[in-house]
Design a protein. Structure first.
Length: 346
């Protein structure tokens, strides 16, 4: 099958990054404004992430943020990218998302992950008074399938348990991952699969292809659906996109060195940073996870990605310092890829 730009859906992942010189409250407000604009421009989904004890990322509770985003938008699907399921009761997660689905039917996505989402101290605090953990991840997903798409059967340890509120629709269930293991799990359980190319640029197309070939239908999905997520920056020229990407370059280098997010540096801070030769190597390697360039260059790279991954949807995160540059990137991509938003959208 030949995949074209016109065939694909475009979606957004926003991690509520806190720019240098800004505050977490301002970062969350920018996420809200971005979702409103994405809805207006015709993007398909808008997902928000979960990170803990991270000074540079304000989004720690995707369910709470999702409720507000869904309230101020009208068409775009709103989702989590991702709820870190090993920290929580699957039953409670199911009820949270049933409430969201009841309020905004047909517009809610439940994206799941098992990453730490923060440092060791935060992980310990989140797991306090809980038994089990990541090793029970598959069981938790199976429980979610029961809670969201029916009820636990007679063989289940909670047979007869009802999930409130009872609604006629259910959120779309997605597994997020960056390996063949996560692809195999999504295929085995019959969920959607979102490959995080912005985390791992190697082996993703094979993971998605194996997901498709081994997919087993479930109450959550009768056929495989997949997306690939990348970092993306679009500007009027490739030189300007490259300049804006300096903020992301330094942010990723600092994250790798300290294993914590410290905020998005300005372009000026990034260009003035004293990089080591190894830092320069890491920047080059990290650039493989990004789509950068002018509108035509970004469109060509997106088209190449959907051909390589044989997927119907691209989701992207734009990590730049200035909100105005992020907004412009969003609009340029919508225009060059022919999204159909509100009449008269710029």
């Amino acid at each position: 099958m030949t995949w074209r730009c016109a065939d694909m859906k475009l979606s957004i992942l926003d991690q509520s990054p806190v720019p240098e010189g800004s505050t977490p409250a301002e970062a969350l407000a920018e996420t809200v404004s971005l979702a409103i604009e994405a809805d207006r421009l015709g993007y398909h989904r808008f997902w928000v992430s979960e990170h803990h004890a991270a000074r540079g990322l304000a989004g720690s509770s995707p369910e709470v943020l999702m409720a507000h985003l869904a309230a101020v938008t009208s068409r775009i699907r709103i989702g989590s990218g991702a709820v870190l399921l090993p920290y929580y009761s699957a039953y409670k997660v199911a009820e949270n998302f049933r409430v969201l689905e009841a309020l905004y039917p047909g517009r809610i996505d439940l994206g799941l992950g098992r990453a730490a989402g923060g440092g060791a101290l935060a992980a310990r605090a989140l797991q306090e008074n809980r038994t089990g953990g990541a090793e029970l991840y598959e069981l938790q997903i199976r429980d979610l399938l029961s809670y969201l798409y029916g009820a636990p059967d007679d063989e289940h340890r909670f047979a007869g348990l009802e999930t409130s509120p009872q609604v006629s629709t259910a959120p779309e269930l997605w597994l997020l991952g960056s390996s063949r293991d996560s692809a195999a799990l999504a295929a085995r359980l019959g969920t959607g699969y979102a490959y995080a190319r912005f985390i791992n640029s190697d082996g993703g197309s094979m993971a998605v292809r194996s997901f498709r070939s081994s997919f087993r239908p479930s109450p959550a999905a009768s056929a495989p659906r997949a997306l690939v997520s990348v970092f993306a920056i679009c500007a009027e020229t490739s030189a300007e996109a490259d300049r804006l990407a300096a903020s992301m370059d330094l942010s990723l280098v600092q994250l790798e060195k300290g294993h914590v997010s410290t905020g998005t540096p300005s372009v000026e801070t990034a260009l003035g940073y004293n990089y080591t030769p190894y830092d320069r190597f890491r920047i080059g390697d990290n650039r493989r996870r990004m789509v950068l360039g002018s509108p035509d260059e970004v469109r060509r790279q997106f088209t190449a990605l959907i051909e390589e991954y044989q997927c119907e949807e691209i989701m992207f995160a734009t990590l730049v310092h200035r909100y105005e540059d992020k907004l412009k990137s969003l609009r340029l991509i919508a225009d060059v890829c022919g999204l159909h938003g509100e009449a008269g959208a710029d």
